[in-house]
Design a protein around this ligand. Structure first.
Ligand code: NAD
Length: 298
């Protein structure tokens, strides 16, 4: 079994790394948050005090960090991964980040003699917990194949996407569609209630009809229907509005650079921004429903 370093033990990295422990690997974790480190220890991860300590002698290192700036700092900083890991260590970034940052990480890793892939994931916190995530992996084919072996205990699907950064390209486009679907769910679910439909009855119909989507089945924003959805837990975050806004912003930036009009995506970003302006950025992104039912704080 392997020794794996894990940087970023939040909503996703926590349960993902726990699945590597369950598969028999030794996992050494690092996070800036003491609470995240404590929670990881409960799942058998060995807590460390620095990136250097987490990556020392590791066969592979995973990163699961919020944004491009965090990933750049973790890899490229003076005491970061490239400065402290051995070049025999395989590096896997599963964060969702902008293409420019992903390119910078691939270039710096290659210049330092490392094997590196971008391997973002889809499936949410429930997919992380249940080890059913879809991984989309960009990089050299031999490195993608090697990374896939470490990824297997966390994944339902492992899909090579092509060369460096193509994993991020797939993830950015997927999440554009996800957040537009979530906004559609918010509108449909509130309207259904106001037309007198029982939420469960409407969900039962939509989930086997043409209104179906992953957002509907997993993040239904009206409470009392999908037990694990944040709407049933006072919108405690499984995916924060801040990160949803970041992801749709990545799509909009990519669209500008390719001359692609994203009129609906831009509108959904305005909705997330409105929640953030109302101090709700740390709540679950399915809070978007509150802009439809009129209960958003002002
Ligand atoms: P999160 O904020 O819960 O976790 C990120 C963790 O990284 C935090 O615990 C933070 O303390 C830590 N961190 C930040 N900078 C650090 C550094 N320099 N060194 C060590 N630790 C550091 O976020 P999350 O929801 O787990 O998301 C992580 C990534 O996965 C994001 O890019 C997100 O877009 C993506 N993602 C999230 C979901 C989801 O449903 N939450 C699904 C798929 C992909």
């Amino acid at each position: 079994m392997a020794v794996i370093g894990w940087i970023g033990l939040g909503h996703m990295g926590g349960p993902m790394s726990a699945n590597l422990v369950k598969a028999g690997h030794t996992v050494r974790g690092f996070d800036l948050s003491a609470a995240a480190l404590d929670a990881a220890e409960q799942n058998g991860i060995i807590a460390t005090a620095s990136i250097a300590e987490a990556v020392a002698g590791a066969d592979a290192v995973f990163t699961m960090l919020p944004k491009g700036e965090h990933a750049r700092s973790a890899y490229l900083g003076d005491a970061g991964i490239l400065a402290t890991a051995d070049t025999t260590t395989l590096l896997v970034d599963s964060s969702t980040i902008d293409i420019d940052s992903a390119t910078a990480l691939h270039d710096a890793a290659a210049a330092g003699g490392f094997r590196f892939v971008d391997a973002p994931v889809s499936g949410g916190m429930s997919g992380a917990e249940q080890a059913t995530l879809t991984f989309m992996i960009g990089g050299e084919p031999t490195v993608v194949a090697e990374a896939s072996e470490y990824i297997r205990p966390m994944a339902g699907n492992i899909i090579p996407t092509g060369g460096p950064t193509t994993g991020q390209a797939a993830k950015i486009c997927n999440n554009l569609m996800l957040f537009i679907s979530l906004a559609a769910c918010a509108e449909g679910s509130v309207l259904a209630e106001r037309l007198g439909l029982d939420p469960q009855v409407f969900w039962d119909i939509a989930s086997v009809s043409s209104g179906d989507s992953w957002a509907l089945r997993t993040w239904y924003p009206v409470p009392g229907v999908v037990e694990t959805a944040a709407s049933n837990h006072d919108f405690a975050p499984t995916f924060t509005t801040d990160l949803a806004n970041k992801d749709i912003g990545l799509a909009i930036a990519a669209a500008k650079s390719t001359g692609t009009p994203l009129e609906i995506g831009e509108h959904v970003q305005e909705l997330f921004q409105r929640l953030i302006d109302q101090d709700q950025g740390g709540k679950d992104c399915s809070m978007i429903v509150k802009l439809v039912d009129g209960t958003a704080p002002s």
